[in-house]
Design a protein around this ligand. Sequence first.
Ligand code: GDP
Ligand code: MG
Length: 380
Amino acid sequence: MGGNVVKPECVTVLGDKNVRSGGTVTLRCEANTEYVTATWEKDGSKLLYVEGKHKVKPLGKTFTLEISNADETDEGKYTLTLSNDKGSASCSAFIRVEMKKWREVRWQSQAEMLNNIKTFNICNEVEELHFLLYGPVGAGKSSTINTIKSIFEGRLFVNCQAAAGSTTSHTLSFESFRLEDEEGSFPFAFYDVMGAEAEAKAGVNTQDIISALKGHMKEGYKFNSNGPLSEKDGSFYNRNPSLGDQMHCLVNVIAADKISLMNNEFIKKWKTIRETATSMGIPQVVFMTRADCECKITKENLQNIYKSKKIRDKIIQCSNLLGVPVNLVFPVVNYHQETDVNTDINCLMLDAFKNIVFWANDYVKKCSNKQNSHQQPKIE
Ligand SMILES: Nc1nc2c(ncn2[C@@H]2O[C@H](COP(=O)(O)OP(=O)(O)O)[C@@H](O)[C@H]2O)c(=O)[nH]1
Ligand SMILES: [Mg+2]
């Protein structure tokens, strides 16, 4: 090669690719010279070539890597490095593997799902089902309520103030939001609490969330970072809450793209709240918002959400972090930039929402059966 050796440069670089599970994908780079040694890495480690799966083809100045029969282990960042005596050059690309669907959403059945919820018969024991949304500032609690309200009302709803990239809470008092359409209202109430911050003194007080779960906190109570609601506060403390005053489902809200940023202090707070909910038997789920921020194929097409390895990995991470079973973690996307309603956003949210409606109702029925069996004299 002698005089032909020049410092390697990439004339065209590798491009990100999506591949279906079982499919074949090729990464290609054009260099300025063929006199180079090419090495491939995956996620920062030397690629282990598997016979029949990986084919590496240098052809003149073109360097390709072909991966056949793709599966989820093939997803990752691939880097090609070209080197010779004069130096080296490298470029990278991400391969996303679209997995076989691992959960079903009825994308075509918005009207039917919505109708099932609108005509849902709540048990007689309470007038409405209460859902408490809990999670850090910016997790998407207010946006989740806005999204559900938008679905019910058939137009975008923005009254529950969502913060634009803010780190302090916008929700300062204990407020509830109800669902309505032109025909009437529905027996569901959502409680948005001031975002929980990691520092013990900042954000919503853990004890306040527990009071809200148990039904001690009355609506309109102003959260105070310096101390929790006191039993002495006659106007906002309900001493003897009934089944109809307490919460019937705890919806933990976490942003898919911020899970890794959660600190231990925060997780500890969360654990305390979850333990209280568990001891009361309250159903608990996780709404993992901002799924579109975390996963490109989901952002491109929401119907890909249950084909995405990235989303599945996030769900597992979320489940491990919060101790909620994987099948109770629902990835969702909220309205955030749309100016009109979107069927896919609606179907994904309705799929999660219908579950919590049933579980909250089951919980109320179970509690009232227990109360009744304590009150009724035993027939010998
Ligand atoms: N891309 C995207 N942005 C979202 C989603 N949910 C919420 N957001 C945005 O995230 C930010 C925080 O949301 P917000 O509802 O105020 O969070 P809260 O503090 O938990 O009430 C806002 O800028 C929202 O527009 C989502 O699913 N996707
Ligand atoms: Mg909020």
